[in-house]
Design a protein around this ligand. Structure first.
Ligand SMILES: Cc1cc2nc3c(=O)[nH]c(=O)nc-3n(C[C@H](O)[C@H](O)[C@H](O)COP(=O)(O)O)c2cc1C
Length: 362
């Protein structure tokens, strides 16, 4: 057990979960804004910067395969700080076109025995303009993705307009985009994973992306689809085929779960989706299946219950190009990414492999 788990986590866990999250975010933003703060953070945590960790995905270079999952920094307040902790990419959002408060509180709960969270946040967002202001004119040591969402007041049939509005507003300040059709906390959103609906949304986003690329004279932005971990395996097969033929860069597998079988004890009657430990097996099974079916060049991003370095390594070996985490950070603390990366390097050395890319599928 590290220092975070021994001394800081018990204090943070005495606070209401949302308050603890706000404090952690403010501390990271503060520390990384100090002159030299990011270097001090990186050195103190021992986060390695090593070419062997770099991965090429969807035409982008990721300094390492561990990404911060969407939801942790919805409004892009501490992006540079996450990179200083060691993450190789940061996905901000979900961002909605207009600001909105999300669902009423309480809406976030911890279940330490299961190393899980349950959240029913419902996309609280500062809105696309505020996120744009925080990202514009800045550069970061790795790719920044924007997770696209819809406002609660927008009817489901018009979801594509909201996704397009956020994509247009943030196109030039993001490296990749993610269409979120899998949050359980926006009524009906997961029905957009149905092939006819998803195809239409993807078509619109692709057209807009091409136009933006022409206007800006820059390359198109890779688009990922973030799917639910509650889908049937055959639906996953369809989504791989559909997404690949629609020109999507890859799938993020996946979002929080509402499956009663995965609820930690005490969470049976709560609304919202489970994250963390209980998702591990499901995320791994769906990743393995997608890896068998995905065409060459189609990226797989694994998320859900990656709580330890060996979880991350296992997923890369199963075929994940990138691994994202959220809940692991809550339970393992700010040194989590650095610890995972050190272990990854050790694993490469042990196996005599030249790079993380060589670990994939072995
Ligand atoms: C409190 C909380 C908020 C989240 N918000 C979002 C979100 O806004 N958009 C999204 O795509 N995923 C969101 N997620 C899902 C995570 O990105 C991730 O897919 C999921 O938690 C599984 O990963 P984990 O087990 O490492 O947490 C959220 C998760 C949590 C716990």
């Amino acid at each position: 057990m590290g220092a975070y788990e021994r001394s800081i986590r018990p204090l943070l866990f005495r606070l209401d979960p949302e308050r603890a999250h706000r404090c952690a975010l403010a501390a990271l933003r503060g520390a990384s804004a100090l002159p030299g703060g990011r270097t001090v953070l990186r050195r103190a945590l021992g986060a390695p910067v090593d070419g062997r960790l770099a991965v090429e995905v969807a035409g982008l270079t990721f300094p390492n395969p561990l990404g911060l999952a969407a939801g942790m920094d919805k409004d892009a307040v501490a992006v540079a700080g996450w990179f200083a902790l060691g993450f190789g990419s940061v996905e901000v959002g979900t961002v909605t076109p207009c600001p909105q408060p999300g669902n009423p509180r309480p809406r976030l709960w911890r279940f330490p025995e299961a190393e899980a969270l349950v959240n029913a946040l419902g996309f609280p967002s500062a809105g696309a303009a505020a996120v744009r202001a925080r990202l514009a004119g800045r550069s970061f040591p790795g790719p920044v993705g924007v997770n696209l969402g819809k406002n609660a007041a927008t009817p489901l049939e018009r979801a594509a307009y909201d996704y397009c509005a956020v994509l247009a507003a943030l196109w030039d300040v993001a490296d990749y985009m993610v269409v979120n059709v899998s949050s359980p906390n926006t009524p009906g959103l997961r029905t957009l994973q149905a092939p006819e609906q998803l195809e239409r949304i993807l078509e619109r986003l692709a057209t807009l992306d091409r136009t933006a690329a022409r206007v800006h004279g820059a390359p198109e932005r890779p688009l990922f689809v973030k799917i639910s971990l509650d889908i049937e395996p055959v639906v996953l097969d369809e989504l791989v085929v559909l997404s690949a033929s629609a020109g999507v860069a890859g799938l993020i597998i996946g979002n929080t779960s509402t499956d009663p079988a995965l609820r930690p004890r005490g969470a049976e009657t709560l609304p919202g989706g489970v994250s963390g430990g209980p998702l591990r097996q499901r995320a791994i099974a769906l990743l393995a299946r997608a890896a068998e079916r995905a065409p060459a060049g189609f990226a797989l991003v694994s998320a859900g219950g990656a709580m330890r370095a060996d979880d991350v390594i296992e997923r890369i070996r199963l075929g994940a190009h990138l691994v994202q985490c959220y809940t692991g950070l809550v339970y393992r603390g700010p040194g989590f990414a650095a610890a995972v990366l050190r272990e990854l390097l050790r694993c490469l050395e042990e196996r005599g492999l030249p790079s993380v890319q060589a670990l994939r599928g072995r």
